[in-house]
Design a protein around this ligand. Structure first.
Ligand SMILES: Cc1cc2nc3c(=O)[nH]c(=O)nc-3n(C[C@H](O)[C@H](O)[C@H](O)COP(=O)(O)O)c2cc1C
Ligand code: SF4
Ligand code: SF4
Length: 372
């Protein structure tokens, strides 16, 4: 089995990239990530004018992270040292940068290129501080930034996109038009983690960015849209915490995947766990290389109009009835097609509309949809 991955001309040992965030905020952190098996690292986002970060700024709730952390609070000069430290130790380093104008982004891009990064990731879409409203407020604006940057550096530029937008496909096309070598996404999702009922205050003092398990489906959709809109190589980001997630991202077209939250929760060494899970899974599924499966799931994504209208209804498998749980299927059926008598739950196929909900709530996977 071969996990080696070619991405925008870089030869990576595997497709796992530690995304921009606290784990890659120092040279030491980047080297640690590489030592634990990362194929590459993206630096914490580098800016020209730093602003101090607030405290506290990260919280864990219901399997997800919420953060109000801005970009790096290291100066450009300090980043020269950090990048040199990581490059001297063999790290593959992608420099994440943010600027407030096309000229500022090219200034930072040229600086970071001169520090020896292998590629640049332009990250303009943080949901707090300055997000899409503050920096780029239109697809045309993204084109202008991307074009200015790609024309001023000689290394590949990845444009990182966000799901906090109406039409990610449109942004993806503008990034491609501006010369992006690849796309990545998503950044965190704008969110409020909750309210303290006793103090009546929001749990964080400003809108935050949600990441981890809960955003994976949003990241899948964003990835598929980016690939379908541009055919550029895409680095899928959002909610990767297991080997199976890497395979899912690959099947939806990702060339590499990036991760942050699961490593913040479980530590850098979780990279090794994910890689082992990925290898075991590929062995079981007879997959030799991710190239074999890349984008395969996109073929099953139809437009709404293309979905065949099948006459499907629910059946309880094996036996014609079941009484193994408290009737989750019955509670979920709005059509009252699941009937409970003293002994069992059964389906009235005359009433069943074939919506499929009962099959997915059944804890024992006893319900399937078949032709009526
Ligand atoms: C605490 C924290 C800080 C982050 N800082 C940055 C950043 O500086 N630049 C950036 O592009 N993304 C940043 N991100 C977003 C991540 O790179 C990633 O896009 C997002 O968290 C989704 O991936 P995940 O679900 O694996 O965490 C940050 C995420 C977290 C949790
Ligand atoms: S498929 Fe939908 S309508 Fe049919 S029994 Fe299940 S929940 Fe009811
Ligand atoms: S939800 Fe599943 S296990 Fe529970 S009664 Fe219905 S078919 Fe049986």
């Amino acid at each position: 089995m071969d996990l080696r991955t070619k991405f925008i001309g870089l030869n990576l040992n595997n497709p796992l990239i530690v995304s921009a965030g606290p784990l890659t905020g120092t040279g030491e952190g980047m080297v640690k990530a590489m030592e634990q098996g990362a194929g590459a690292v993206v630096t914490k986002t580098i800016v020209n004018e730093i602003r101090p970060n607030v405290k506290p700024r990260v919280m864990y709730k219901e399997k997800g992270l919420y953060n109000i952390e801005l970009y790096s609070d290291y100066s450009l000069e300090k980043w020269e040292q950090e990048i040199t430290y990581a490059k001297d130790r063999g790290a593959v380093v992608i420099g994440s940068i943010l600027g407030h104008s096309a000229s500022e982004i090219t200034y930072i891009g040229k600086k970071v290129e001169s520090y020896g990064v292998d590629a640049i990731e332009m990250s303009l879409f943080s949901p707090h501080g300055e997000g899409i409203d503050g920096i780029v407020d239109s697809p045309e604006g993204l084109y202008v930034f991307t074009k200015a940057l790609t024309e001023s550096v000689n290394i590949p530029v990845i444009v990182k996109l966000s799901a906090n937008v109406l039409n990610i496909g449109k942004l993806a096309r503008e990034a491609k038009r501006g010369g992006a070598a690849a796309l990545s996404g998503i950044d965190t999702v704008r969110a409020i983690p909750g309210v303290d009922l006793y103090t009546r205050k929001a749990l964080l003092p400003t809108y935050g960015g949600y990441s981890g398990e809960g955003i994976r489906p949003i990241a899948f959709a964003a990835l598929a849209s980016m690939v379908q809109a541009t055919n550029l190589p895409v680095s899928g980001v959002g909610g990767v915490s297991k080997g199976e997630h890497v395979l899912e991202f690959s099947m939806l077209g990702a060339v590499t995947v990036q991760l942050c939250s699961s490593l913040m929760i479980h530590g850098y060494s979780h990279l090794k766990t994910i890689l082992k899970e990925l290898e075991d899974l590929m062995k079981n599924l007879n997959i030799e290389s991710l190239d074999e499966v890349r984008g395969k799931a996109l073929e099953s994504l139809l437009s709404f109009e293309e979905i065949p209208k099948e006459p499907l209804v629910a059946f309880i498998k094996e036996k014609e009835d079941c009484n193994h749980c408290m009737g989750h299927c019955k509670s979920a059926c709005l059509n009252r097609a699941i009937i409970h008598n003293d002994l069992s739950y059964t389906v009235n196929t005359e009433k069943c509309a074939g919506c499929g909900l009962c099959a997915s709530v059944c804890p024992e996977h006893r319900i399937s949809l078949n032709y009526g």
